[in-house]
Every structure is written in C-alpha cells, then in structure tokens.
Write a protein that binds this ligand. Structure first.
Ligand SMILES: Cc1cc2nc3c(=O)[nH]c(=O)nc-3n(C[C@H](O)[C@H](O)[C@H](O)COP(=O)(O)OP(=O)(O)OC[C@H]3O[C@@H](n4cnc5c(N)ncnc54)[C@H](O)[C@@H]3O)c2cc1C
Length: 472
C-alpha cells in the first residue's frame, strides 16, 4: 500500500481550484465534506464501528471527463487518494474514504447523451437511475434492472457498487447478458488516459468500488418497456408463499419485474403500507404485466393466497410503491422498527432451498428472518437469493450465522466487510485486480478497498498487458 501524504486543506484547495472551470465546485465546508464522505455503511454495526468519523479532506465536483483527468493528474503527482462518489447509497462503506484526500462527486456528470434505436442508453455516471428509466420509457424502453434505491442512486455508482435488483428476475444482474455494453474510464496515472472497455472487458471495471478507474460514460442496454401493475398477496405460511412465488418466478408465461417473499414478522415493519399486510401471514410483492393482472390474481387465489392489494405501477412516483419495501429496502424498514436488526446476503441452491431454510431456522430461530428475492443467473436459471434480516448481538454470533450458512451450501456475500473481495462480487479470474494494477498502479483510487492489491512495481506495470483502447 502506498504511503499516502496528507497535504494541508489550504494547499489542496489552491491546487484543485485551478483544475475545474468553476472553483465553487471545489468544496471545503467540513459539514458538506463529511456528508459527502458517507454512505449507508451504518446498516452494519461492524462497519459502523470501523468507519464512523472517516472523511475526505475536500470534495471536487467535475462536470466532464477532461476535468476528471485534470484532477487525477494532480492527485497522482501529489499522491492524494481519490474516492469516487455517485449518490452515496452503497451499503458497505464503498464510498467512505479510508485515507482522507479527495471525494470526487460525479453527480454533476448527469447528461443522457442518447437512447439509441436499438435500446442502449448512453449517459454520464451521475445520471440517476430513475431519470434514465423515465427517459428510456419515452422511446419505448426501460431499464433491465435497477436497485430499490433507483430514485437516488446513480448509474456509475450502480455499476461500480451494485449488483442487480428489480428486473433481475427476468434479466439477471449487471454482470449478465451484456447489460453493460461499454464503459469509459479515466485512469490514475501521470497523464490520465480515457479508455473505453467493451464486451467482456467491462468486467475489469464492474463492481470494483471505484478502485480501478473513474467511470465517465456508460453504454447500458435496455429492454422494451412494459406497462406494469403491482400486487401484494398474503399466505398463511412462509412455505406456501415461497412455493407460489417460486412457481411464478420460474414460469415464462408470467411477465414480471419483481418477485419478493417476506416471512412474518417482516411485513409488520412496513408501517406506511399496513393496509396490504395481514397479521401473522407471509407476504409476496410482485410487479406483473398490467395486461396479466386479472389472470394473475385468479391464479394467486387458486393457490390459496389473499390478494391484499393490486394496482397500477404507473411510474416510480406511484403510491404505494411496493418496490420501496424490497431488496435492501427491507433492511431499512427492519432497522427503523428495531435498531438491533442488520442483514446478510445469501444465495440458495434452488433444489435444496427448503431444506436449507429449515436447517437455518432450526439453528437460529427468529434471529434470522427470511426475505427472498428471485434473480436469474448468468446461465438463465432463476435462483432464490435472500437478504435476511438478522438480529445482531455480537460479531461472533454474526460470524456463526455466516459459517452455518456456508456449511450447508448457502453462499454468503458478507456485507460486514469493507473490501471488494469480501462482498461476494469479486471475480475468481482476478480481472478487477489486474485492471487496478494497470490503471492505478500507485493505489490511489479508493485506497484500502481492494484487499488483494499491493502496490505494483513500475516494472510489473510496464510488463502488464495493455489491451485498453483509447476512448477519444
Ligand atoms: C435502502 C437500500 C437499498 C438498496 N438496494 C439495492 C439493490 O436493490 N440492488 C443493489 O445492487 N444495491 C442496492 N443497494 C446498494 C446501492 O444502492 C446500490 O449499489 C447503488 O446502485 C449505489 O449507487 P450510488 O450512486 O449511490 O453509488 P455510491 O454509493 O455513491 O458508490 C458506490 C461505489 O461506486 C463507486 N463509484 C461511484 N461512482 C463511480 C464512478 N463514476 N466511477 C467509479 N466508481 C464509482 C464508489 O466509490 C463506491 O465504491 C441498496 C442500498 C440501500 C441503502
């Protein structure tokens, strides 16, 4: 790891202010700097202890790739750490600078350049996903998948820090089916280059937490827009609810964007939509094609469910918006109800899933509450994933739960560690690490977050294959 210098605030401000067209976009106000140095790491009591109080020294808000290049050249020359930031909705402290320096807030790079005729959005990293969804729908397209933080989260932050979400039951996650067509990045070098990664090469950059380049433009594949409806269905037991949800998730005749199952008492946390909750019962939230809603309600009733709510999903402003309670929003509602809850991220074996649930229930009782999201994997198989709400007592107990999951074949992407490798989206082929060695040899981009990175020697970097293509 580089020994990072800590230049004074005054010298940082003087140096950086000349690099962007408007010096007002270099921010030193301590409250603002502190706010823009945080994300949702506090979901994890473990990370909260580690990351509280960590902050950048200064924030820079570039508006173009050229300004990003200017800032990175300056930071490279002065060995100043740079942490990229979209909207700061990440959960693992991804956007929290561990070594001070600059937070590069990309939120002003929010231009949508084009929605192409064949359904690819070309845009800046700071575009909010909800804005992109709205723009895409104007020409008959929609996002393939988005996180439940869609209203706030940026496209660049989703690519660098997220994995999938609403829509993934049909279209998989960010890593699948060429959803991310191309990414332009700025490198951290003496003379930062602007490189375009296309096709399988995008995996060098995806989900690397901004450690191996600053994303400045994205080519994001869309899918034809559907008119959606949303629907809540209550079942007596979690087992019945899971069975119905699993059937729908796997059935190609249902056009769906969301299939989420909650074990009781999770629905009791959803106070703003208590009218759709049935005391003591498991609940499923669906997004289903509006044209299929009547047939779908009939199928749900035939399976023994009670349709507690059905209505249009006209836009992301529709009230109620059931997706606001799914994916990692479920954890938010749980923490609001009881501050001792936190969460895990588990992947089940579609064949042994019931047995795996039963075993973990037997061992941990209601200290683990199941909340299942169905998601298509890269091979086209729909698999049950869970972001269970878990009661936190000690780190040892949390680790005991993680070990117990892994012992019975339930994979865990541990959201209580602050590095790319620990969080479960690190690639076995090391391409993210290899890219970091080529694009950020000094280790100045979000330092400390890629645990396997050790500062490459100049010789190693020179010897590394340079396959990148200049973007402009
Ligand atoms: C309530 C809640 C629900 C969530 N639900 C989901 C979900 O359904 N699915 C999901 O995948 N995630 C989910 N998340 C996590 C998070 O919202 C997503 O990962 C989101 O996409 C992050 O976007 P952001 O703009 O806030 O990124 P940030 O938090 O700002 O950044 C995330 C990471 O990307 C890096 N980064 C940001 N911009 C760039 C850039 N231009 N170039 C290089 N690196 C960059 C940052 O350094 C950081 O490491 C949820 C989080 C919360 C709090």
């Amino acid at each position: 790891m580089t020994t990072l210098t800590q230049p004074t605030e005054v010298c940082l401000n003087e140096g950086l202010s000349t690099l962007v067209a408007d010096a007002a976009r270099v921010i030193q106000n301590p409250q603002v700097v502190e706010r823009l140095s945080r994300d949702f790491y506090w979901y994890s009591p473990v990370l909260k202890k580690q990351l509280d109080g960590k902050s950048a020294d200064i924030v820079v808000q570039p508006v173009s790739a050229e300004e990003v290049q200017n800032v990175l050249a300056y930071c490279y020359a002065n060995e100043i750490p740079v942490t990229a930031r979209g909207s700061g909705t990440g959960n693992y402290g991804q956007a929290v600078p561990l070594h001070g320096g600059v937070v590069l807030d990309l939120s002003l790079m929010d231009k949508i350049d084009a929605i192409t005729e064949d359904g690819v959005a070309v845009c800046g990293p700071g575009v909010r996903l909800a804005a992109l969804e709205a723009e895409a729908r104007k020409s008959g397209w929609e996002l393939r998948c988005y996180p439940s933080t869609v209203v706030k989260a940026s496209v660049g932050g989703f690519l660098a820090g997220g994995s999938g979400g609403i829509g993934s039951v049909t279209h998989g996650g960010l890593r699948d089916f060429d959803t991310v067509r191309a990414i332009e990045v700025v490198t951290m070098e003496a003379e930062p280059r602007l490189l375009k990664y296309e096709g399988a090469k995008v995996h060098d950059i995806l989900h690397a937490w901004g450690t191996n380049g600053i994303i400045t433009r994205i080519w994001f594949a869309l899918t034809p827009a559907v008119e959606w409806a949303q629907c809540a269905i209550a079942f007596e037991t979690f087992d019945e609810a899971f069975t119905f949800a699993e059937t729908v998730a796997n059935a190609s005749e249902w056009t769906k964007r969301l299939v989420t199952v909650f074990e009781w008492p999770i629905p009791s946390f959803f106070t703003p939509v208590k009218q759709v909750v049935r005391t003591g019962k498991a609940l499923i939230f669906f997004m289903i094609a509006a044209a299929q809603l009547d047939a779908f309600k009939a199928a749900a009733e035939e399976a023994g469910g009670e349709v507690s709510f059905a209505g249009p999903h006209a836009s992301l402003k529709t009230t109620p918006l059931l997706s606001d309670y799914t994916w990692n929003h479920t954890t938010l509602w749980a923490i609001r109800a009881d501050g001792s809850y936190t969460y895990l991220q588990c992947g089940f074996d579609p064949v042994r899933v019931r047995e795996q649930f039963a075993e973990l229930k037997r061992r941990f009782g209601d200290d683990i509450l199941w909340h299942v999201e169905f998601m298509k994997n890269g091979q086209g198989v729909v698999v049950p994933g869970s972001i269970p709400v878990v009661r936190f007592s000690t780190e040892e107990r949390l680790n005991e739960m993680i070990d117990a999951c892994r012992e019975i074949g339930v994979s865990v992407a541990n959201p209580h560690v602050n590095n790319v490798e620990g969080g479960g989206r690190y690639r076995d082929d090391n391409v993210q690490l290899l890219a970091k060695r080529r694009l950020d040899a000094k280790g100045l981009l979000n330092p400390g977050k890629m645990a396997t990175f050790a500062r490459a020697t100049v010789t190693e970097v020179a010897a590394a294959p340079m396959k990148e293509v200049a973007a402009r």
